[in-house]
Design a binder for this molecule. Structure first.
Ligand SMILES: Nc1ncnc2c1ncn2[C@@H]1O[C@H](COP(=O)(O)OP(=O)(O)OP(=O)(O)O)[C@@H](O)[C@H]1O
Length: 279
């Protein structure tokens, strides 16, 4: 299967459209290449120079003790730190070879390509249908009701929610269970045709059954998307990811195949963390 990428500088009309056929990506292609990424909140450094390649069509887990900078780095990947006035980001992050911090990059286009799901499910106070149709509507992705219906249905199917909600699309999204709300939010992100889905502790507010469903979904989504997940659960990282990155005190200590990180880490700090000596 050929997979395509779109230019970052493209106008809004590129959102949700087929990607540039001149560029192809595979499961071994880095989607992101980050070099010497430093983040400060005011004068306080939070990340001290992160270098990492994040592969396409796979799941990368960020693990590490509280406050080590996992979420801060995740937010660098779709410029969500722009929304925090005190935050300053230095260094380079390339998305498909293009500098996503370049002044020419439109963050709205970037965030359609690089969607994000948060810890607490945050559906809009609207119907299930409207939640999913919201992004396509503002980006003008559907020219008819039929097209919009199709986007809503296929997004809900990709998020493994369609069978549970197809008979109540016009009920409030906030009336769903926590796990269903999280899948609704994933469907909302999928609806604008992203290439990457960032997940910041997506299961921490969910019970074990809802968590298992999201983990199953993540495994399906990685066929099509680059997925980056922040998790406090090492068991979850081991279950869902192919690559794991261990952060400590604002540094990326080590990144590698998940199995290697959990069975044969190179750095003593990783070893200490995965064996529960701190964090
Ligand atoms: N909006 C903010 N303003 C000021 N400092 C912040 C802000 N967000 C994070 N920090 C600080 O940056 C550092 C890294 O925080 P971050 O939330 O990225 O870590 P984390 O590894 O994701 O932590 P946790 O696992 O607890 O969510 C911490 O010292 C934190 O206090």
């Amino acid at each position: 299967m050929k997979l395509y990428t779109r230019p970052l500088y493209a106008p809004d009309t590129s959102i949700g459209k087929p990607r540039d056929p001149s560029m192809t990506t595979t499961a071994t292609t880095p989607k992101f290449v980050a070099r010497d990424v430093k983040v400060y909140y005011g004068d306080k450094p939070a990340l001290h120079g992160i270098d990492i390649d994040i592969l396409d069509k796979s799941v990368t887990a960020f693990i590490g003790p509280s406050g080590c900078g996992k979420s801060t780095f995740l937010r660098c990947l779709n410029r969500m730190n722009d929304t925090i006035p005190s935050a300053r980001v230095d260094g380079t992050i390339l998305l498909d070879g293009e500098d996503l911090n370049d002044r020419k990059v439109d963050p709205v286009v970037l965030r359609a390509r690089v969607g994000m799901v948060f810890q607490k499910p945050n559906p809009f106070p609207k119907t299930i249908y409207e939640n999913v149709a919201y992004g396509p509507k503002i980006h003008g992705l559907a020219t008819s009701k039929e097209e919009m219906d199709h986007i809503v249905e296929s997004s809900l199917k990709k998020a493994s929610l369609w069978n549970e909600v197809s008979d109540r699309l016009h009920q409030q999204g906030t009336g769903l269970s926590g796990g269903q709300q999280q899948r609704l939010v994933i469907a909302r992100a999928i609806a604008v045709g992203p290439e990457v889905i960032l997940m910041d502790e997506p299961c921490s507010a969910l019970d074990p059954i809802a968590t298992a469903k999201i983990e199953e979904l993540i495994d399906e989504l990685r066929q099509q998307f680059c997925i980056v997940i922040v998790t406090h659960s090492m068991a979850q990282a081991a279950r869902v990811s192919q690559k794991t990155a261990f952060f400590h005190l604002g540094n990326l200590v080590e990144v590698g195949n998940t199995e290697d990180i959990f069975t044969n880490p190179k750095d003593q700090r990783t070893q200490d963390y995965i064996t529960g000596r701190f964090g």
